[in-house]
Design a protein around this ligand. Sequence first.
Ligand code: PLP
Ligand code: TYF
Length: 398
Amino acid sequence: IFAAVEMAPRDPILGLNEAFNADARTDKVNLGVGVYYDDNGKIPLLAAVRTAEKARLEAMPPRGYQPIEGPAAYNTAVQNLLFGKDSHLIANGQVVTVQALGGTGALKVGADYIKRLLPGATVYISDPSWENHRALFESAGFPVENYPYYEPSTRGVNFAGMKAKLEQLAPGSVVVLHACCHNPTGADLTEAQWGEVVGACRERSLVPFLDMAYQGFADGIEPDAVAVRLFSASGLQFFVSSSFSKSFSLYGERVGALSIVTASKDESARVLSQVKRVIRTNYSNPPIHGGAVVAAVLNSAELRQMWEDELAGMRDRIRAMRTGLVENLKAAGVAQDFSFVIQQRGMFSYTGLSAAQVEQLKNDFGIYAVSTGRICLAALNSRNIGYVAKAIAAVVKA
Ligand code: PLP
Ligand code: TYF
């Protein structure tokens, strides 16, 4: 039965890890995958997480099945982060939240549910977007198209193009929006532009699906929720996928959530019953550990403060790497203005390096980046930043 099976293409980002791991050079640097490394080049285990895990280990809780939607302590904590603890939507019972297997799992549960709800819809993603958005929505059975987003000449958002496209979409179209820290470009909408996107979604009866994978990596927990808050105030119904992979450094624990804003408490009950059906037929109920750790941190004043301080530390270190890269490029004799790197937000920068230059970085220097020119700033540290800057200088001058 497998004789005619063809080799599937590798994930363009996760596939880089394999090539990187196989590289014998000791000064190699992996700027490919979107993971936060500390200044020692290690994925941190946050102190808040460690404390919560220790307490859990000592308590030795039983491992029964979780509710299909995950525990209330987790789901409520997620809602408070996304919508704000004083949200009228939460108070009114208008938010349905289910624990999910990371942000990816949240997107997939949401996509599968929307496919049942609106089987004829087309899904629109930003041009460019996270590599997995297209594949994920296609695998849920949707046609997937782009809306204009990045403008290389300004290294910013082509907002006029984006808005014009949204204003032409058929009612009921699903629009996937990066809530903050756009992956891969690092170019975000302003608050005023978000207001216009909300307006277009209302005008055209679109179905907004906000993807929030980096809350806290741009300006902080509250400011990074601006898009969710504007949609919340709009009276529209919408979807939010969220992830703790980055903000809690819990990548492999697969901790995320899908939240759906409905028009009423009664709608919420019916929508939840349908989403539970999607979950039941996929993986029945979510794993315990990661969600329990996140809930323990978010529901303890002391651990929450510890986490917010650690999150601020990650955010500040990425910012320092942005400034440091620009300074080091200057010092390496690069004439081209790279100051846009400082303006970009989140983990990534679209550097403008060509696929050929990225290839040269790999071949000549053992520096791995995505062929689109995307680099992960969080993989830079005080030891490799000078080396990376000199290598980029060599390929842009060549
Ligand atoms: N959405 C975006 C925009 C992302 O960059 C990522 C990155 O991992 C995800 C979703 C998936 O998050 P997770 O690793 O929690 O599945
Ligand atoms: O864009 C990134 O690098 C992260 C990690 O299929 C990631 O979002 C990349 C590809 C993928 C899953 C996660």
